[in-house]
Design a protein around this ligand. Structure first.
Ligand code: MG
Length: 404
C-alpha cells in the first residue's frame, strides 16, 4: 500500500493514520534525513496533539532534537525550516479535509515539501523497517518553541501597504487563527476577525474555503462595507477572497488576474499552474508577454516546476499560490497581503481586479471510481472527448486528460 498521496500521508484518524504509523514516520524521517534538528507543527485538528506525541517520540528515538511549534500554518513551518536551517520539518494536517481526517507532510531544510523520490525513500524505510535507532545516550529531546514572530517580521519587512484596508479575516477555526489577523494588522489593515478561535471540530464552516462555505463571510463583508473578505483553509496554505460587493471571487479568475499582475510587474516570465486551471490563465499571462506551464494537480508538482523554470509565480485554482521570492510553499496569509498590494499598485477594487480576467464555464465535481479501473476510465474519457471535440488543438495526459 502506498502511504503518500499528492499532499503527504493522509487518511482517517485511527483507521488509516494511527499513532503507531506517526511514530514510524518520525523514525523514518530521522533515519532518512540523518536529522539532528527537526521542527514539528500541527493545525487545530482534535487528533493533532495525539499524533504529534507519537511523531515526536519517533523522531527522538531516531536521535533528532525536536522543536514543537504547536498550532502553526504549514507555510510558516516551511519558512521557519529554511530560516532556522533544520534538517527536516514535519506538519500534521489534513489541510481542507473534514475534521475526522489528518495527515503528515514532510519538508526538507530548504522549505520544499518532499518530492515523490523522497517520499518513496520514507515508505521503503517503513516497509523494510530500516530504522536508525539512536544509542540511549544520543536520543533526541523535544522542546516547545514559538518562532512565528520571525515569519511576521519577514512579511512586515517585505510587504508595504499604503492604504488602510478594511478586511474581514476568516481563519475558519484553523491554523491561521491568530497569525492571519496579526499579520494583517501589522500591515496597517483594519481587521475584523471571525471564526478566529482554534477549534478542531471546525464548527463554524468547512475547513475548505469555497463559495458555499464562505456565505457567512460574504454577508459580513457586505454588512460592514469592508474592502475584502479573506478566508483560509485548515492549515493556511490556501486563501479565498470575497470582494467588496460581498461576492465570492472566482478561483480561476482571481488566479489569472494575479498571475497577469506578477508578469506585468516582472516584464514577462513563466507562470506555473496545474492542468485543472481555466485557460483564462493563458489568456491573461500571454497577453502580458508571459508563458504558462502546466503540471499535475498538487502544490508539490507546481513548486518543483517553478524551481526548474525559474517561474515568477505559480498557483492552483483552489487558492494555493506560491511566491518564489519568499518561499516554495503555498502561503495563504502572504497571498492575501500580496493581493492587497496588487490592488494598490493597479488602483483597483477587488471586484474590478477580478473582472479583468475572462470567466469561462467550468464544472468541478468528484465522481467515485474504483482505484483499479481509474486508468481505464481516464483513457476512455480521453477517447470520447476527442470524438466529441474533433477540432481540439492539444491533448494532454499530464494528469488525467485535458483537451484544448
Ligand atoms: Mg491546505
Amino acid at each position: 500500500m502506498r502511504l503518500f498521496g499528492s499532499s503527504g500521508v493522509r487518511g482517517l484518524v485511527n483507521v488509516d493514520l494511527t499513532p503507531v504509523l506517526a511514530e514510524k514516520m518520525g523514525l523514518a524521517v530521522a533515519t532518512f534525513a540523518k536529522a539532528r534538528e527537526v521542527l514539528v507543527a500541527r493545525d487545530t485538528r482534535v487528533s493533532g496533539a495525539m499524533l504529534e506525541d507519537a511523531l515526536v517520540s519517533g523522531l527522538e528515538s531516531g536521535g533528532a532534537n525536536v522543536k514543537c511549534l504547536g498550532i502553526t500554518p504549514t507555510p510558516v513551518l516551511a519558512f521557519l525550516a529554511r530560516k532556522m536551517r533544520v534538517d527536516a520539518a514535519v506538519m500534521i494536517t489534513a489541510s481542507h479535509n473534514p475534521p475526522e481526517y489528518n495527515g503528515i507532510k514532510v519538508f526538507s531544510g530548504d522549505g520544499l515539501a518532499y518530492d515523490e523520490e523522497n517520499q518513496d525513500m520514507i515508505e521503503r524505510i517503513i516497509a523494510e523497517q530500516r530504522f536508525r535507532l539512536a544509542d540511549w545516550k544520543t536520543i533526541g529531546h523535544a522542546q516547545v518553541a514559538d518562532e512565528s514572530y520571525l515569519y511576521v517580521e519577514n512579511v512586515e519587512k517585505r510587504v508595504k501597504l499604503r492604504r488602510k484596508w478594511h478586511v474581514v479575516a476568516d481563519p475558519g477555526c484553523g491554523a491561521t487563527f491568530s497569525l492571519a489577523p496579526a499579520v494583517l494588522k501589522g500591515l496597517g489593515c483594519k481587521v475584523t476577525a471571525m471564526n478566529a478561535q482554534p477549534d478542531g471540530w471546525f464548527p463554524a464552516r468547512s475547513s475548505e474555503p469555497n463559495a458555499q462555505s464562505l456565505t457567512p463571510l460574504a454577508k459580513v463583508v457586505k454588512i460592514l462595507g469592508a474592502d475584502a473578505g479573506l478566508a483560509y483553509d485548515g492549515d493556511g496554505d490556501r486563501v479565498a477572497f470575497i470582494d467588496e460587493k460581498g461576492s465570492f471571487a472566482d478561483f480561476d479568475q482571481v488566479l489569472a488576474a494575479y498571475a497577469a499582475h506578477v508578469v506585468k510587474e516582472n516584464g514577462g516570465g513563466t507562470v506555473v499552474t496545474n492542468v485543472e486551471a481555466s485557460m483564462g490563465v493563458e489568456k491573461m499571462v500571454e497577453w502580458h508577454g508571459g508563458t504558462v506551464v502546466r503540471t499535475k494537480v498538487g502544490d508539490v508538482y507546481v513548486a518543483e516546476m517553478m524551481k526548474k523554470r525559474k517561474a515568477v509565480f505559480g498557483g492552483e485554482p483552489c487558492g494555493a499560490w506560491i511566491h518564489p521570492q519568499f518561499n516554495y510553499c503555498p502561503d495563504g496569509i502572504l497571498s492575501s497581503a500580496l493581493l492587497l498590494k496588487a490592488l494598490e499598485d493597479e488602483n483597483k477594487s477587488l471586484a474590478e481586479f477580478v473582472a479583468e480576467a475572462p470567466k469561462y464555464p467550468i464544472l468541478r465535481e468528484n465522481l467515485s471510481c474504483k482505484n483499479k479501473v481509474k486508468e481505464e476510465a481516464v483513457e476512455e474519457t480521453g477517447e470520447s472527448l476527442k470524438s466529441i471535440f474533433p477540432a481540439y488543438r492539444e491533448f494532454s495526459t499530464v494528469d488525467g486528460v485535458r483537451l484544448v
